[in-house]
Design a protein around this ligand. Structure first.
Ligand code: ADP
Length: 569
């Protein structure tokens, strides 16, 4: 039930009870007072009748005249208790009345001079009030029926009730107003409290009332302000926390005691391959046994040491530890790059060892043979030449490796200058002409007039052109090698095109790796080290450019290097 209705009902009950009590109490008090008053009045009337009664007067006619004059029933009784006159009975009927000596009012009057009684009348039949006074001739008694008294009392009670009802109506209006004035601010406070509980911390009670309701409004206002401050602080903490875990290199996820993920960073989502919004149910996590076991252990209160495993093609370590407040935190560290680098390093060491092994074996073998003094001079000369060729080959490998590591480590920076392509190309062609001639290959230079000059490090540019043309000569049996320049978007392209063996599509993406060769035997035979294109790629990258390869097996290859136009130093 609403507060206003309760207040209204409460006040109505109180007022109704009050009116009822007033009606009842007033009724009974009035009855008693009226009875007292009437008894007094009747005793005075009885004395008046007594004054008129003297010996020799006809008692019966006195009773009738006085009774008519006073408006009461007047009864005259002799000392023996016989009714000698009665205003309401004819002489015959009176004579038949029984003796009145035992009537309570007569007994009392005989004893103390006056007596009264309220009782059922044996002769008249209704309830009457009797008052008797002692007289030398007997007793004078005056009585009235109480029905008359009752009607006065009832009338008075009706009046009280009517005014009670008017008061009730007034009280109803007042109570209504009062209930409204109390319940309205309470309703407003309730609405504000509900809004705050619903998360709207901007709501404040607009109320300013005196007394307890006003105090309540002020307290609510203060509470909301404190709440808003705390919530803001918490949100800030939360944002900081999110920023922190998002900045971690590791994947991090927090689980509640049922294994549901309640927080996860982007890295964690990527490594676990989950995109479901939070909270993430346990079944959405990868089925990997090790991951599940680590989580189960941590939830059971036991930390797990990092365990390496493959998760969606990535090498990761997963560790889980219980949280002090139930639940667990799981961290996933991505080791893919590290492991790849380790493999590259291992492969590199193996490659270098392998490259140096053959020439070293040759050198040591021939040197051994040379120790034998009986070798003819001509043969000795041949052996020494082989030793020298192999030493030079090793020298070249070591030099190229050193070049590569210098460029790779960032220790080398291109000294950018405007390079005249024609000059460098003719120099390079001149140097390589003998080997081209040896194979019957033509070297063609096709320099576009709008790409005669480009921005590059002079030495690096020469090395790139040398490596590319050298390769073209190396892997071409017949036909021609064309060096072409063309202006591209924001720079100049240098293409070296040959009509050689070509490169199968599956090898094409890898030819720029160190020591990668399509045909190691042929490369070595032709004096290749497997490092030429790797050097080209690194030099081009240091220039901010790039190198691309296109080839058709058996038809020929085109390697293109792009030099971005930059500001010469
Ligand atoms: P190499 O010293 O073996 O030539 P490179 O790094 O220069 O090493 O080249 C890597 C590999 O790419 C070569 O071994 C060869 O198989 C292939 N290659 C490079 N240039 C050409 C080309 N013009 N035609 C065919 N194959 C080529």
């Amino acid at each position: 039930m609403r507060l206003a209705s309760r207040l209204l009902a409460g006040s109505l009950i109180v007022v109704t009870a009050l009116v009822a009590a007033i009606v009842l109490i007033a009724g009974s008090r009035l009855h008693a007072r009226l009875l007292e008053e009437k008894t007094d009045e009747l005793s005075r009337a009885a004395r008046v009748v007594a004054a008129h009664w003297s010996p020799g007067i006809d008692a019966d006619s006195l009773a009738h005249t006085d009774g008519a004059a006073l408006g009461y029933r007047v009864t005259l009784i002799d000392s023996a208790g016989n009714v000698v006159g009665d205003a309401e009975f004819s002489p015959d009927a009176r004579r038949r009345l029984e003796n009145h000596a035992t009537r309570p009012e007569i007994i009392a009057a005989r004893a103390s001079g006056i007596g009264s009684a309220l009782r059922q009348s044996a002769s008249a039949g209704d309830e009457e009030l009797y008052v008797a006074v002692r007289h030398p001739l007997g007793f004078t008694r005056v009585s009235i029926t109480t029905a008359r008294l009752e009607s006065v009392v009832n009338g008075a009670q009706r009046d009280v009730l009517a005014s009670g009802l008017v008061a009730l109506g007034g009280a109803l209006i007042l109570a209504l107003f009062f209930a409204r004035s109390i319940s309205q601010p309470v309703v407003e406070l309730r609405d504000v409290a509900r809004a705050i509980a619903g998360g709207d911390l901007s709501r404040r009670p607009a109320l300013s009332a005196p007394g307890e309701i006003g105090d309540l409004a002020t307290a609510l206002q203060r509470m909301t302000e404190q709440l808003a401050t705390r919530v803001a602080a918490l949100q800030e903490d939360d944002l900081l926390m999110i920023a922190l875990i998002e900045s971690l290199e590791e994947g991090v996820l927090a689980l509640d005691d049922r294994g549901t993920v309640v927080r996860i960073n982007e890295r964690g989502r990527a490594l676990l391959n989950v995109q479901t919004p939070l909270p993430i149910a346990p079944e959405h996590l990868p089925r990997e046994h090790a991951v599940r076991a680590a989580i189960a252990d941590a939830l059971a209160g036991e930390a797990t040491a990092p365990q390496e495993m493959t998760l969606f093609d990535r090498t990761v370590t997963v560790s889980a530890r219980p949280l002090p407040t139930a639940g667990a935190v799981v961290t996933i560290l991505d080791l893919t790059m590290l492991r790849r680098l380790e493999t590259i390093r291992r492969d590199f060491v193996a490659n270098v060892s392998h490259e140096l092994k053959t020439p070293l074996t040759v050198v040591s073998g021939y040197a051994e043979t040379l120790l034998d003094e009986g070798i003819p001079t001509e043969q000795r000369r041949k052996f020494v030449k082989t030793i020298r060729d192999n030493a030079m080959r090793m020298q070249r490998i070591v030099d190229e490796l050193l070049d590569l590591s210098r460029i790779e480590s960032g220790g080398w920076r291109p000294k950018l200058a405007t390079v005249d392509v024609t000059g460098v190309v003719s120099d390079v062609f001149m140097a390589l002409q003998p080997s081209a001639n040896g194979k019957g290959l033509t070297l063609v230079s096709d320099i576009s007039p709008d790409a005669v000059r480009l921005t590059a490090d002079h030495t690096a540019f020469r090395q790139v052109i040398t490596n590319l043309v050298e390769n073209a000569v190396r892997y071409t049996k017949e036909g021609s090698i064309t060096l072409q320049t063309r202006r591209g978007d924001g720079g100049v392209w240098v293409d070296v095109r040959d009509t050689g063996v070509g490169i199968a599509a599956e090898h094409l993406p890898r030819i720029f790796e160190r020591f990668y060769r399509v045909d190691a035997g042929r490369s070595r035979e032709q004096g290749g080290t497997g490092l030429g294109l790797a050097i080209v790629r690194h030099l081009m990258e240091a220039h901010g450019g790039r190198v691309e390869a296109a080839s058709t097996l058996g038809k020929g290859t085109t390697i293109s290097a792009f030099f971005p136009s930059g500001k010469p130093a």
